[in-house]
Design a protein around this ligand. Structure first.
Ligand code: SF4
Length: 358
């Protein structure tokens, strides 16, 4: 394979679009690429122009996160015409028994036909077929590195990524942690922790939850109303160790979508032993997302059984601020009232008991 040479420059310049799995894997990508001596540049935060570009280049039925990916690629090329590579990983499988959504499987193939795209830097994660270390060696070879250099870079990146996950499990928000990683800062929790009188689990793909433009800064809307928000990245590791059986009676079917499995695992925890840890669940999904629509039905069914309030919000490029705010406010208000009633009932119960004891 022909390896491009960084002629007069010292390092290869690699562009990373700020979209899709950026919100999940960026610290790993950054570390491994920098260890392989690449200079990385990232596209800016999503904005209206980027969404419009993405909508122009993506066909109608595509989900909004993929359209944003298109827009971010175009923006990156416009802002950095001197890129040697654009990093478009192909995520197929991260565990032996699950797959990523097909959109991730074909991502490099659809991106390379966009106008003016530089060479694609390949990184294929497909542990059903080969270990991630093999993908790292292939990545390094495209940047002119030896097998040993690539393996060392992979180990460093994995170590840093583990540290990042530990930081999230200690309560850091993903956007805060990503900002620290981007600025090469150490992972230190902020002095002030955002708390509230009610607590929600905010569910969804990282690119739906943490791209604040497309979700109209949803997390902040909740925090402004005094809601403490956690996401699945903040949950302890043990929750994700056991697979979820979707229909225990008929055939013991398993969910084979990687991220949807994680969503179901976190829900199973809050339906059982973690039931009293949260007051409600909000699921942000993208319009035209097959995997999410499917599990949303299953989640709703389970929520009804345990009586945990659940709100599903579907987003697309036309989502409006006013409608969203009204839905969120009424959901929050409904849960506060429910909680006040429950607290009152418990107090009355205690008074009755203590009178009986006297
Ligand atoms: S999982 Fe859904 S939102 Fe994500 S890329 Fe696939 S279709 Fe789009």
């Amino acid at each position: 394979m022909e390896v491009p040479q960084p002629s007069t420059k010292k390092k290869f310049k690699v562009g990373i679009p700020r979209a899709l799995h950026f919100y999940r894997y960026f610290p790993f990508w950054k570390k491994i690429l920098e260890e392989l001596d690449a200079e990385i540049v990232i596209s800016p935060l999503t904005n209206k122009k980027i969404v419009e570009e993405g909508v122009t280049h993506g066909f109608g039925e595509l989900c909004i996160p993929v359209k944003i990916y298109y827009g971010q690629v175009i923006k990156l090329i416009e802002e950095h015409p001197d890129l040697d590579y654009i990093f478009v990983p192909r995520y197929v499988s991260e565990t032996k028994d699950s797959y990523f959504c097909p959109k991730f499987l074909s991502l490099p193939d659809v991106i390379k036909i966009l106008p003016g795209v530089p060479k694609i830097l390949n990184f294929e994660v497909n542990v059903k077929e080969f270990p991630i270390s093999a993908a790292a060696i292939e990545l390094g070879s495209q940047l002119g590195k030896t097998q040993n250099q690539s393996l060392n870079a992979y180990r460093e990146a994995q170590r840093y990524f583990d540290e990042y996950h530990e930081f999230l499990r200690n309560g850091a928000s993903v956007n805060y942690a990503l900002r620290l990683a981007e600025r090469n800062r150490s992972f230190t929790l902020p002095k002030r922790k955002l708390t509230g009188d009610i607590k929600f689990l905010l569910l969804g793909h990282a690119y739906n939850i943490f791209d604040t433009f497309i979700n109209l800064d949803f997390q902040k809307k909740l925090q402004d109303q005094g809601v403490e928000v956690i996401t699945i990245e903040n949950l302890p590791e043990f929750i994700f160790k056991k697979p979820v059986i979707v229909n225990p009676k008929g055939g013991k079917l398993r969910n084979y979508w990687r991220h949807e499995e994680e969503i179901m695992q976190s829900i199973r925890y809050f339906l059982t032993e973690g039931r009293d840890e949260i007051d409600g669940v909000i699921f942000l999904i993208s319009f035209a997302c097959g995997p999410d629509s499917l599990i949303s039905e299953l989640i709703m069914r389970d929520m009804k059984v345990v009586g945990l309030p659940f709100l599903e919000i579907t987003m697309d490029e036309h989502s409006g601020e006013a409608g969203l705010l009204t839905r969120v406010e009424s959901f929050v208000e409904m849960i506060r009232r429910k909680k006040r009633r429950k607290d009152l009932n418990q107090k009355q119960h205690l008074i009755i008991r203590s009178k009986q004891e006297v």
